[in-house]
Design a protein around this ligand. Structure first.
Ligand code: MEV
Length: 317
């Protein structure tokens, strides 16, 4: 075991938003995703054995999954002598990539403790071990976005070991309002239920996945051209198709319409969706919407995904 170089280790894993293409990305179509400034910070201190401090608040099942996930990452790094703890400013279980962010944060600390170079791809490879334990059959978009910390068009062909990510440059800042629109079921469950529907009605579901994949590519082009109106329109259409796949809820739909009425260029659910989760709205100026939502007691924050960095983050999550 390596007990060197562990006196002050920290690793950050960014949360993520999927702008376009959740769920269909699991079936090999592209998704457009970017990092949030919020995320998970892991810290490492020297220890005689490699271990993770599991927060007391977690339920038995969650503790088991987390332990198993960490064991895989730890094995991938040769079990360096480090005790890893973490904290987060990301709303949990909202479809904002908290497990991907945790996987990336822990992987960064483990790799540092093992004295290995922590390039984005090496971090992503270790984080992938954890993500598979958390999600069963993830596409890999969450932890890849977190590890790369850039806006990416991500695609993983079914059966392929690795996904491919292309960085998407935006000449304009992408200003989003992120709203927490109610508790939701675990991603694994929502993805699994959709898998059952698509097994039964494969042609119909594949048609919709294909269309969503096209939207993600069109959205990436709109970003590169700085055409925010077009990007907003693609987001709106994507939300409609996610609803058609049975992935929205009255609460999510209501929030999508609210954001559009507040001037969003486009709004949609983000992440797994289902019976709750997060909704995003694309705005020229996020200030008035964040102000109004906060006044109404609705949990939200704003985030800039690409282009020149904006000032701080408003709102409370
Ligand atoms: C979850 O953030 C995104 C999903 O597409 C699942 C995945 O890509 O693994 C719903």
């Amino acid at each position: 075991m390596d007990t060197n170089n562990t006196s002050s280790l920290t690793g950050f894993g960014a949360g993520k938003v999927i702008l376009l293409g959740e769920h269909s990305v699991v079936y090999g179509y592209p998704a457009l995703a970017g990092p949030l400034s919020r995320g998970v910070t892991a810290r490492g201190e020297p220890s005689s054995k490699c271990q993770l401090v599991i927060p007391d608040a977690l339920m038995t099942e969650q503790r088991k999954v987390l332990k198993a996930a960490f064991a895989r990452a730890m094995a991938a790094c040769g079990e360096p002598g480090v005790k890893v703890s973490f904290d987060t400013d990301l709303p949990l279980s909202m479809g904002l990539g908290s497990s991907g962010a945790l996987s990336v944060a822990c992987s960064r600390v483990l790799l540092q403790a093992a004295g290995r170079k922590a390039s984005a791809s090496e971090v992503a490879a270790v984080a992938w071990e954890m993500e598979q334990e958390f999600h069963g059959t993830p596409s890999g978009v969450d932890h890849t976005t977190s590890a790369m910390e850039q806006l990416i068009l991500y695609r993983r062909k079914p059966g392929a070991e690795q996904g491919r990510a292309k960085v998407v440059d935006s000449p304009k800042p992408l200003k989003l309002v992120v709203v927490m629109a109610g508790a939701r079921s675990p991603t694994k469950q929502t993805v699994g239920a959709l898998r059952e529907r698509q097994k039964r009605w494969t042609e119909r579901y594949q048609r919709i996945f294909r269309e969503i994949g096209l939207l993600a590519s069109e959205g990436a082009e709109a970003v590169e051209e700085g055409d925010l109106e077009a990007l907003g329109d693609v987001m709106n259409v994507n939300h409609g198709l996610l609803a058609a796949l049975g992935l929205s809820s009255p609460g999510l739909d209501d929030m999508v319409h609210r954001l559009r009425n507040m001037g969003a260029l486009g709004a949609k659910l983000t992440g797994a969706g289902g019976d709750g989760g997060a909704v995003i709205g694309l705005f020229h100026d996020t200030g008035p919407a964040v102000h109004e939502l906060t006044r109404l007691g609705i949990r939200c924050f704003d985030s800039q995904l690409a282009g020149p960095r904006a000032e701080g983050t408003r709102g409370a999550a």
